[in-house]
Ligand binder design. Structure first.
Ligand code: G3I
Length: 333
Protein backbone atom coordinates (compact mmCIF):
# COMPACT_ATOMS: atom_id res chain seq x y z
CA UNK A 1 0.00 0.00 0.00
CA UNK A 2 1.02 3.58 -0.49
CA UNK A 3 -0.33 6.91 0.55
CA UNK A 4 -2.63 8.52 -1.98
CA UNK A 5 -0.89 10.67 -4.49
CA UNK A 6 -1.72 14.28 -5.05
CA UNK A 7 -1.73 13.65 -8.79
CA UNK A 8 -4.14 10.79 -9.61
CA UNK A 9 -7.63 10.41 -8.24
CA UNK A 10 -7.90 6.63 -8.13
CA UNK A 11 -4.77 5.64 -6.25
CA UNK A 12 -2.66 4.70 -9.26
CA UNK A 13 0.73 6.28 -9.54
CA UNK A 14 0.01 8.90 -12.17
CA UNK A 15 1.58 8.69 -15.60
CA UNK A 16 2.54 11.85 -17.43
CA UNK A 17 4.22 12.85 -20.66
CA UNK A 18 5.95 15.90 -22.05
CA UNK A 19 4.32 17.40 -25.15
CA UNK A 20 5.87 19.57 -27.86
CA UNK A 21 3.72 22.67 -28.37
CA UNK A 22 4.75 23.11 -31.98
CA UNK A 23 3.26 19.70 -32.85
CA UNK A 24 -0.11 20.21 -31.20
CA UNK A 25 -1.88 21.85 -34.13
CA UNK A 26 -0.71 19.79 -37.08
CA UNK A 27 -1.34 16.29 -35.83
CA UNK A 28 -4.66 15.58 -34.06
CA UNK A 29 -3.64 11.98 -33.36
CA UNK A 30 -0.66 13.33 -31.42
CA UNK A 31 -2.91 15.35 -29.10
CA UNK A 32 -5.32 12.42 -28.76
CA UNK A 33 -2.53 10.10 -27.65
CA UNK A 34 -1.80 12.35 -24.67
CA UNK A 35 -5.47 12.72 -23.77
CA UNK A 36 -6.04 9.01 -23.95
CA UNK A 37 -3.00 7.84 -22.00
CA UNK A 38 -1.88 10.51 -19.54
CA UNK A 39 -2.87 11.82 -16.13
CA UNK A 40 -0.41 14.69 -16.53
CA UNK A 41 0.63 16.59 -19.67
CA UNK A 42 3.53 19.02 -19.40
CA UNK A 43 5.35 21.29 -21.84
CA UNK A 44 8.61 19.70 -22.97
CA UNK A 45 10.27 22.99 -23.82
CA UNK A 46 7.87 25.94 -23.61
CA UNK A 47 8.59 26.82 -19.96
CA UNK A 48 12.36 26.98 -20.42
CA UNK A 49 13.92 30.38 -19.65
CA UNK A 50 15.24 31.11 -23.15
CA UNK A 51 11.88 30.35 -24.77
CA UNK A 52 9.81 32.30 -22.25
CA UNK A 53 12.12 35.29 -22.40
CA UNK A 54 14.28 35.23 -25.53
CA UNK A 55 15.23 38.89 -25.09
CA UNK A 56 14.99 41.21 -22.12
CA UNK A 57 11.88 42.84 -23.57
CA UNK A 58 9.99 39.81 -24.84
CA UNK A 59 7.97 37.49 -22.62
CA UNK A 60 6.35 34.72 -24.66
CA UNK A 61 3.87 32.81 -22.56
CA UNK A 62 1.63 31.67 -25.42
CA UNK A 63 3.20 28.24 -26.14
CA UNK A 64 3.29 27.31 -22.44
CA UNK A 65 -0.26 28.59 -21.90
CA UNK A 66 -1.39 26.40 -24.75
CA UNK A 67 -0.14 23.24 -23.04
CA UNK A 68 -1.33 24.29 -19.58
CA UNK A 69 -4.81 25.11 -20.92
CA UNK A 70 -4.86 21.86 -22.92
CA UNK A 71 -3.94 19.85 -19.82
CA UNK A 72 -6.22 21.57 -17.32
CA UNK A 73 -9.08 21.91 -19.80
CA UNK A 74 -9.04 18.16 -20.28
CA UNK A 75 -8.90 17.20 -16.62
CA UNK A 76 -5.18 16.53 -16.56
CA UNK A 77 -2.56 17.93 -14.22
CA UNK A 78 0.62 19.59 -15.41
CA UNK A 79 4.05 20.65 -14.19
CA UNK A 80 6.90 22.93 -15.22
CA UNK A 81 10.44 22.48 -16.44
CA UNK A 82 12.71 24.35 -15.80
CA UNK A 83 14.00 27.57 -14.23
CA UNK A 84 17.74 27.06 -13.91
CA UNK A 85 19.23 25.03 -16.76
CA UNK A 86 22.52 25.50 -18.60
CA UNK A 87 20.78 24.46 -21.83
CA UNK A 88 18.23 27.28 -21.78
CA UNK A 89 19.96 30.35 -20.44
CA UNK A 90 19.38 33.12 -22.99
CA UNK A 91 22.36 34.96 -24.46
CA UNK A 92 21.17 38.30 -23.11
CA UNK A 93 21.33 36.84 -19.61
CA UNK A 94 24.76 35.30 -20.17
CA UNK A 95 26.02 38.75 -21.12
CA UNK A 96 25.26 40.05 -17.61
CA UNK A 97 28.49 40.16 -15.61
CA UNK A 98 27.33 41.77 -12.40
CA UNK A 99 26.32 39.20 -9.75
CA UNK A 100 23.70 41.48 -8.23
CA UNK A 101 22.14 42.13 -11.63
CA UNK A 102 22.20 38.41 -12.47
CA UNK A 103 20.55 37.56 -9.17
CA UNK A 104 17.88 40.17 -9.79
CA UNK A 105 17.12 38.78 -13.25
CA UNK A 106 16.99 35.19 -11.98
CA UNK A 107 14.71 35.98 -9.05
CA UNK A 108 12.48 38.21 -11.17
CA UNK A 109 12.16 35.48 -13.79
CA UNK A 110 11.30 32.72 -11.36
CA UNK A 111 8.87 34.88 -9.37
CA UNK A 112 7.09 36.19 -12.44
CA UNK A 113 6.76 32.80 -14.12
CA UNK A 114 6.00 30.96 -10.89
CA UNK A 115 3.32 33.47 -9.99
CA UNK A 116 1.75 33.37 -13.45
CA UNK A 117 1.20 29.61 -13.23
CA UNK A 118 0.52 29.51 -9.50
CA UNK A 119 -2.11 26.92 -8.66
CA UNK A 120 -1.96 25.52 -12.18
CA UNK A 121 1.33 23.65 -12.16
CA UNK A 122 1.74 20.82 -9.65
CA UNK A 123 5.39 21.70 -9.40
CA UNK A 124 8.61 22.84 -11.00
CA UNK A 125 12.00 21.51 -11.90
CA UNK A 126 13.68 24.46 -10.22
CA UNK A 127 17.23 23.38 -10.96
CA UNK A 128 17.96 21.04 -13.83
CA UNK A 129 21.29 19.28 -14.41
CA UNK A 130 23.33 21.30 -11.92
CA UNK A 131 25.56 18.31 -11.06
CA UNK A 132 28.85 18.14 -12.96
CA UNK A 133 28.63 15.75 -15.89
CA UNK A 134 31.62 13.72 -14.70
CA UNK A 135 32.43 14.92 -11.19
CA UNK A 136 35.33 12.52 -10.53
CA UNK A 137 37.11 13.28 -13.78
CA UNK A 138 36.38 17.00 -13.66
CA UNK A 139 37.17 17.18 -9.96
CA UNK A 140 34.13 19.37 -9.28
CA UNK A 141 30.65 18.66 -7.99
CA UNK A 142 28.62 21.32 -9.78
CA UNK A 143 28.44 21.84 -13.53
CA UNK A 144 30.37 24.81 -14.87
CA UNK A 145 27.52 27.06 -16.02
CA UNK A 146 26.83 30.75 -16.40
CA UNK A 147 24.83 30.71 -13.15
CA UNK A 148 27.65 29.03 -11.22
CA UNK A 149 30.25 31.41 -12.59
CA UNK A 150 28.28 34.57 -11.85
CA UNK A 151 26.59 33.62 -8.56
CA UNK A 152 28.42 30.57 -7.28
CA UNK A 153 26.63 27.56 -5.70
CA UNK A 154 24.20 29.97 -4.03
CA UNK A 155 22.31 30.25 -7.31
CA UNK A 156 20.62 26.98 -6.31
CA UNK A 157 19.10 28.18 -2.99
CA UNK A 158 18.34 31.53 -4.61
CA UNK A 159 16.28 29.75 -7.27
CA UNK A 160 14.46 27.46 -4.81
CA UNK A 161 13.62 30.40 -2.53
CA UNK A 162 12.22 32.43 -5.42
CA UNK A 163 10.15 29.46 -6.59
CA UNK A 164 8.75 28.94 -3.08
CA UNK A 165 7.91 32.64 -2.78
CA UNK A 166 6.04 32.63 -6.06
CA UNK A 167 4.04 29.46 -5.47
CA UNK A 168 4.31 28.04 -1.94
CA UNK A 169 2.19 24.98 -2.77
CA UNK A 170 4.21 23.85 -5.80
CA UNK A 171 6.44 20.78 -5.51
CA UNK A 172 9.97 22.07 -5.95
CA UNK A 173 12.25 19.62 -7.66
CA UNK A 174 15.98 19.14 -8.17
CA UNK A 175 16.19 17.26 -11.46
CA UNK A 176 19.15 15.43 -13.00
CA UNK A 177 20.33 12.62 -15.29
CA UNK A 178 22.76 9.71 -14.86
CA UNK A 179 21.53 8.89 -11.37
CA UNK A 180 20.41 5.42 -12.44
CA UNK A 181 23.58 3.47 -13.15
CA UNK A 182 26.26 1.32 -11.58
CA UNK A 183 29.78 2.54 -10.95
CA UNK A 184 31.79 5.13 -9.00
CA UNK A 185 30.92 7.90 -11.46
CA UNK A 186 27.20 7.42 -10.86
CA UNK A 187 27.68 6.87 -7.10
CA UNK A 188 29.36 10.25 -7.01
CA UNK A 189 26.50 11.93 -8.88
CA UNK A 190 23.96 10.49 -6.42
CA UNK A 191 26.12 11.59 -3.48
CA UNK A 192 26.27 15.13 -4.85
CA UNK A 193 22.49 15.28 -5.27
CA UNK A 194 22.01 14.17 -1.67
CA UNK A 195 24.47 16.78 -0.47
CA UNK A 196 22.69 19.54 -2.40
CA UNK A 197 19.41 18.46 -0.79
CA UNK A 198 21.00 18.53 2.68
CA UNK A 199 22.54 21.93 2.07
CA UNK A 200 19.18 23.37 1.01
CA UNK A 201 17.52 21.91 4.07
CA UNK A 202 20.27 23.10 6.39
CA UNK A 203 19.66 26.60 5.04
CA UNK A 204 15.90 26.20 5.58
CA UNK A 205 15.17 26.26 1.87
CA UNK A 206 12.22 24.17 0.73
CA UNK A 207 12.86 21.23 -1.61
CA UNK A 208 10.12 18.66 -2.14
CA UNK A 209 11.46 16.10 -4.57
CA UNK A 210 14.36 14.87 -6.62
CA UNK A 211 13.67 14.03 -10.25
CA UNK A 212 15.39 11.09 -11.88
CA UNK A 213 15.28 11.99 -15.56
CA UNK A 214 15.31 8.31 -16.52
CA UNK A 215 16.93 8.61 -19.93
CA UNK A 216 17.77 4.90 -19.93
CA UNK A 217 20.80 3.82 -21.96
CA UNK A 218 20.70 0.30 -23.30
CA UNK A 219 24.47 0.11 -22.87
CA UNK A 220 24.65 1.14 -19.19
CA UNK A 221 23.89 -1.02 -16.16
CA UNK A 222 21.00 0.15 -13.97
CA UNK A 223 22.02 -0.13 -10.32
CA UNK A 224 18.94 -1.46 -8.54
CA UNK A 225 20.50 -1.42 -5.07
CA UNK A 226 21.96 2.06 -5.45
CA UNK A 227 18.66 3.52 -6.66
CA UNK A 228 16.86 1.82 -3.78
CA UNK A 229 19.37 3.25 -1.29
CA UNK A 230 19.09 6.67 -2.90
CA UNK A 231 15.29 6.53 -2.61
CA UNK A 232 15.53 5.61 1.09
CA UNK A 233 18.11 8.33 1.74
CA UNK A 234 15.81 10.91 0.15
CA UNK A 235 12.85 9.62 2.11
CA UNK A 236 14.82 9.92 5.34
CA UNK A 237 15.29 13.58 4.43
CA UNK A 238 11.57 13.96 3.75
CA UNK A 239 12.12 14.38 0.02
CA UNK A 240 10.13 12.49 -2.62
CA UNK A 241 11.33 10.76 -5.75
CA UNK A 242 9.76 11.29 -9.16
CA UNK A 243 10.69 10.12 -12.66
CA UNK A 244 10.68 13.09 -15.00
CA UNK A 245 12.00 12.27 -18.49
CA UNK A 246 11.68 8.54 -19.12
CA UNK A 247 12.81 7.27 -22.51
CA UNK A 248 15.15 4.67 -24.00
CA UNK A 249 18.41 5.47 -25.71
CA UNK A 250 18.84 2.24 -27.62
CA UNK A 251 21.60 3.25 -30.02
CA UNK A 252 23.81 0.39 -28.93
CA UNK A 253 21.29 -2.45 -28.82
CA UNK A 254 20.88 -4.82 -31.80
CA UNK A 255 18.80 -3.23 -34.58
CA UNK A 256 15.24 -4.31 -35.33
CA UNK A 257 11.96 -3.32 -33.75
CA UNK A 258 11.57 -6.58 -31.86
CA UNK A 259 15.03 -6.69 -30.38
CA UNK A 260 15.05 -2.97 -29.58
CA UNK A 261 11.69 -3.28 -27.84
CA UNK A 262 12.85 -6.34 -25.94
CA UNK A 263 15.90 -4.45 -24.70
CA UNK A 264 13.65 -1.52 -23.77
CA UNK A 265 11.26 -3.75 -21.82
CA UNK A 266 14.15 -5.29 -19.87
CA UNK A 267 15.56 -1.86 -19.08
CA UNK A 268 12.23 -0.43 -17.98
CA UNK A 269 11.47 -3.48 -15.82
CA UNK A 270 14.84 -3.23 -14.09
CA UNK A 271 14.44 0.51 -13.62
CA UNK A 272 10.94 0.16 -12.18
CA UNK A 273 12.11 -2.65 -9.87
CA UNK A 274 14.68 -0.21 -8.52
CA UNK A 275 12.46 2.83 -8.26
CA UNK A 276 9.53 0.92 -6.69
CA UNK A 277 11.60 -1.29 -4.36
CA UNK A 278 11.22 0.93 -1.31
CA UNK A 279 7.94 2.62 -2.23
CA UNK A 280 6.15 3.96 -5.25
CA UNK A 281 7.37 7.23 -6.71
CA UNK A 282 4.91 10.13 -6.79
CA UNK A 283 4.84 10.36 -10.57
CA UNK A 284 6.37 8.90 -13.71
CA UNK A 285 6.72 11.15 -16.76
CA UNK A 286 7.79 10.01 -20.19
CA UNK A 287 9.79 12.42 -22.41
CA UNK A 288 7.29 12.40 -25.26
CA UNK A 289 4.95 9.58 -26.21
CA UNK A 290 5.63 8.46 -29.76
CA UNK A 291 8.81 7.56 -31.64
CA UNK A 292 7.58 9.93 -34.36
CA UNK A 293 9.02 12.78 -32.32
CA UNK A 294 11.96 12.46 -29.98
CA UNK A 295 15.22 14.24 -29.25
CA UNK A 296 16.88 10.80 -29.35
CA UNK A 297 16.40 10.60 -33.12
CA UNK A 298 18.12 13.97 -33.56
CA UNK A 299 20.77 13.95 -30.86
CA UNK A 300 21.59 10.26 -30.39
CA UNK A 301 20.82 8.61 -33.74
CA UNK A 302 21.78 4.97 -34.12
CA UNK A 303 25.17 4.62 -35.82
CA UNK A 304 23.76 1.78 -37.97
CA UNK A 305 21.09 4.08 -39.39
CA UNK A 306 18.21 2.03 -37.91
CA UNK A 307 15.35 3.95 -36.32
CA UNK A 308 15.53 4.79 -32.64
CA UNK A 309 12.61 3.46 -30.60
CA UNK A 310 12.81 5.61 -27.45
CA UNK A 311 9.18 6.09 -26.44
CA UNK A 312 6.21 4.04 -25.19
CA UNK A 313 4.33 4.28 -28.51
CA UNK A 314 5.83 3.55 -31.91
CA UNK A 315 5.50 5.64 -35.07
CA UNK A 316 2.13 4.06 -35.81
CA UNK A 317 1.05 5.13 -32.31
CA UNK A 318 0.82 1.53 -31.14
CA UNK A 319 1.94 0.83 -27.56
CA UNK A 320 5.21 -1.02 -26.99
CA UNK A 321 5.26 -4.01 -24.65
CA UNK A 322 7.05 -1.87 -22.06
CA UNK A 323 4.14 0.54 -21.83
CA UNK A 324 1.93 -2.30 -20.61
CA UNK A 325 4.63 -3.22 -18.07
CA UNK A 326 4.74 0.35 -16.87
CA UNK A 327 0.95 0.72 -16.66
CA UNK A 328 0.62 -2.44 -14.60
CA UNK A 329 3.36 -1.31 -12.28
CA UNK A 330 1.72 2.08 -11.75
CA UNK A 331 -1.66 0.46 -11.11
CA UNK A 332 -0.36 -2.14 -8.65
CA UNK A 333 1.69 0.18 -6.51
O1 G3I B 1 10.55 23.44 -33.52
C1 G3I B 1 11.78 23.78 -34.13
C2 G3I B 1 11.68 23.56 -35.63
O2 G3I B 1 10.70 24.41 -36.16
C3 G3I B 1 13.05 23.84 -36.25
O3 G3I B 1 13.01 23.52 -37.61
C4 G3I B 1 14.11 22.99 -35.58
C5 G3I B 1 15.49 23.31 -36.12
O4 G3I B 1 16.49 23.20 -35.14
O5 G3I B 1 14.12 23.24 -34.20
C6 G3I B 1 12.87 22.93 -33.56
O6 G3I B 1 12.98 23.24 -32.19
C7 G3I B 1 13.76 22.33 -31.43
C8 G3I B 1 12.90 21.78 -30.29
O7 G3I B 1 13.67 20.96 -29.48
C9 G3I B 1 11.71 20.98 -30.80
O8 G3I B 1 12.13 19.79 -31.38
C10 G3I B 1 14.94 23.09 -30.85
O9 G3I B 1 15.80 23.51 -31.89
C11 G3I B 1 15.68 22.21 -29.89
O10 G3I B 1 16.68 22.97 -29.22
C12 G3I B 1 14.74 21.64 -28.85
O11 G3I B 1 15.48 20.70 -28.14
C13 G3I B 1 14.99 20.33 -26.86
C14 G3I B 1 16.16 20.36 -25.89
O12 G3I B 1 15.79 19.84 -24.64
C15 G3I B 1 16.66 21.79 -25.68
O13 G3I B 1 15.68 22.58 -25.05
C16 G3I B 1 14.39 18.93 -26.97
O14 G3I B 1 13.15 18.99 -27.69
C17 G3I B 1 14.13 18.37 -25.57
O15 G3I B 1 13.75 17.03 -25.67
C18 G3I B 1 15.38 18.48 -24.72
O16 G3I B 1 15.06 18.01 -23.43
C19 G3I B 1 16.13 17.84 -22.50
C20 G3I B 1 15.60 18.24 -21.14
O17 G3I B 1 15.08 19.55 -21.14
C21 G3I B 1 16.68 18.09 -20.08
N1 G3I B 1 17.18 16.74 -20.06
C22 G3I B 1 17.67 16.25 -21.35
C23 G3I B 1 16.61 16.40 -22.43
C24 G3I B 1 17.12 15.86 -23.76
O18 G3I B 1 18.17 16.66 -24.25
Amino acid sequence: GRSRSAYAADGRVPFGAAIQTELMNGDPSYRELFLKNCDLVMPMNALKFSLLRPTRDIWDFAPADKVVDFALGNGKTTRGTCHVWWGATPDWVKAIESPSEAEKVLVEHIERVGDRYKGKLRGWDVANEVVANDPLYENRSLRDTYWLRVLGPRHIPIAFKAAANADPAADLVLNDYDLEYQGPHYDERRTIVLSIVRQLQDANVKIDAVGLQGHLYADKVIDVDAIDRFHRDLDALGVKLIVTELDIIDWKSPAGAQSQDKTAAELVTRFLDAVFAFKAPELVVSWGLTDRYSWVNDVMPRPDGAESRPLPFDRALLPKPWFETLRKRLAEA
